[in-house]
Design a protein around this ligand. Structure first.
Ligand SMILES: [Zn+2]
Length: 181
């Protein structure tokens, strides 16, 4: 399995779920097939499939078992769709980081010695350059390091989509996704 896809799945369904999916040799199977093939718990298999279903990555056909008359769910997983989702999420993350970078480049920031918060110039001047939290002076903050870190992160993502799953990126991504809703 491609590194980016397994990273995406690991984030979604955990190591246990990924282990189940990685050992599937078919593109159509029932939950019981998976249990037989992987030795995983039925509850783990069902949870994994349900999570994938919720994210549009897995779907199922209903077929009636000729002998028992029961409905059997035949599952499929769409790995192409995962790649599509991954690329789309990476684009959202890059867009979010570019907006943050734009803000950093177009604002002047102030902070107190206790680092309570960062204030843009307009806000700092409203507070008469005193921190509203700890009441000490607000000083100009050189944001060159923040700018450099954002530029590096954007560069990293453009070069390597799986970087989206670095823990520090996940948080920003969740923010970017939440903003769209
Ligand atoms: Zn403060």
């Amino acid at each position: 399995m491609e590194k980016a896809i397994s990273a995406y799945l690991r984030n979604l369904i955990g190591e246990e779920g990924l282990d189940v999916i990685e050992r599937l040799s078919n593109d159509e199977f029932t939950d019981q097939d998976i249990v037989n093939e992987t030795g995983a718990q039925l509850s783990t298999v069902r949870r994994t499939l349900f999570t994938l279903f919720e994210h549009g990555i897995a779907w199922y056909d209903e077929k009636r078992d000729k002998q028992s008359g029961w409905i059997i769910y035949h599952w499929h997983i769409d790995f192409d769709y995962i790649q599509h989702r991954l690329d789309a999420d990476a684009q959202k993350l890059i867009a979010k980081l570019e907006r943050l970078l734009y803000d950093e480049l177009n604002n002047v920031y102030y902070t107190c010695d206790n680092n309570c918060a960062r204030f843009v110039f307009e806000r700092a001047s409203e507070y008469e350059f005193m921190c509203p939290i700890c009441n000490t002076a607000l000083n100009y903050q050189d944001n060159a390091a923040v700018v450099a870190a954002l530029e590096e992160k954007i560069h990293e993502l453009k070069a390597d989509v799986p970087a989206i799953f670095y823990p520090e990126n996940i948080q920003v991504l969740e923010l970017a996704l939440a903003e769209q809703e």
